[in-house]
Design a protein around this ligand. Structure first.
Ligand SMILES: Cc1cc2nc3c(=O)[nH]c(=O)nc-3n(C[C@H](O)[C@H](O)[C@H](O)COP(=O)(O)O)c2cc1C
Length: 183
């Protein structure tokens, strides 16, 4: 099975923290990951679109920017018309994640916005079900739509335990479903 691609954009490191947490939880299920950035950030290499077309599944995240995905990621998706024409992502599982500075500053809207191009590509969106206890106890990030983090006005809050647990549950679910689909 091809690796699961964990693809993100992050300027200050908050989304990167979620990406790394997701990758760890996928790897814990014995599934290989490839962590890539939309644009080179010094921590992980920039994605090659071939890696996107060949992945077995995708975890995709950017910061919340005015309630939607970062423009760098939107620009990347606009280069995927050929992949879309060939249907290379159809029936591959996918999940989304984001970080925002404020609690009600549009992180849920961003999760839904991140999902839009994935649905256009025919991907199977994987969310977080309510049997994950942290979804009911979180006082910061984490939603049925995906993993999220509320980073605070100075973008320096660490991931809370609930945010981590929601992120780990999402990674585990993505890995498990991907393996089942590839059996
Ligand atoms: C241009 C811009 C727009 C932003 N828009 C929002 C927003 O709509 N809502 C919000 O809560 N935070 C917003 N933020 C804050 C970031 O989403 C937040 O700091 C996030 O954690 C950054 O993630 P990163 O550390 O991975 O870059 C914005 C930041 C920038 C630079």
């Amino acid at each position: 099975m091809a690796p699961i691609l964990v693809l993100y954009h992050s300027r200050g490191g908050s989304v990167r923290a979620l990406a790394e947490e997701l990758a760890d939880s996928i790897e814990a299920q014995g599934v290989d990951t490839l962590i890539r950035c939309v644009s080179e950030d010094g921590s992980h290499p920039q994605v090659d679109l071939v890696e996107l077309s060949q992945c077995s599944a995708l975890a995709f995240g950017t910061p919340t920017r005015f309630g939607m995905m970062a423009s760098q990621a939107k620009a990347m998706w606009e280069q995927t018309s050929e992949m879309w024409l060939k249907g290379e992502l159809i029936d591959k599982p996918a999940c989304v994640f984001t970080s925002s500075s404020s609690m009600h500053g549009g992180n849920e809207a961003t999760l839904l916005n991140l999902a839009t191009p994935l649905l256009h590509h025919g991907m199977l969106l994987v969310g977080v079900p309510y049997d994950v206890p942290a979804l009911s106890s979180t006082t910061s990030g984490g939603a049925p739509y995906g993993a999220s983090h509320v980073s605070g006005a100075h973008n320096n809050a660490q991931l809370s335990n609930d945010e981590k647990q929601i992120c780990q549950a999402l990674g585990k679910r993505l890995a498990t479903l991907t393996r089942k689909l590839n059996d």
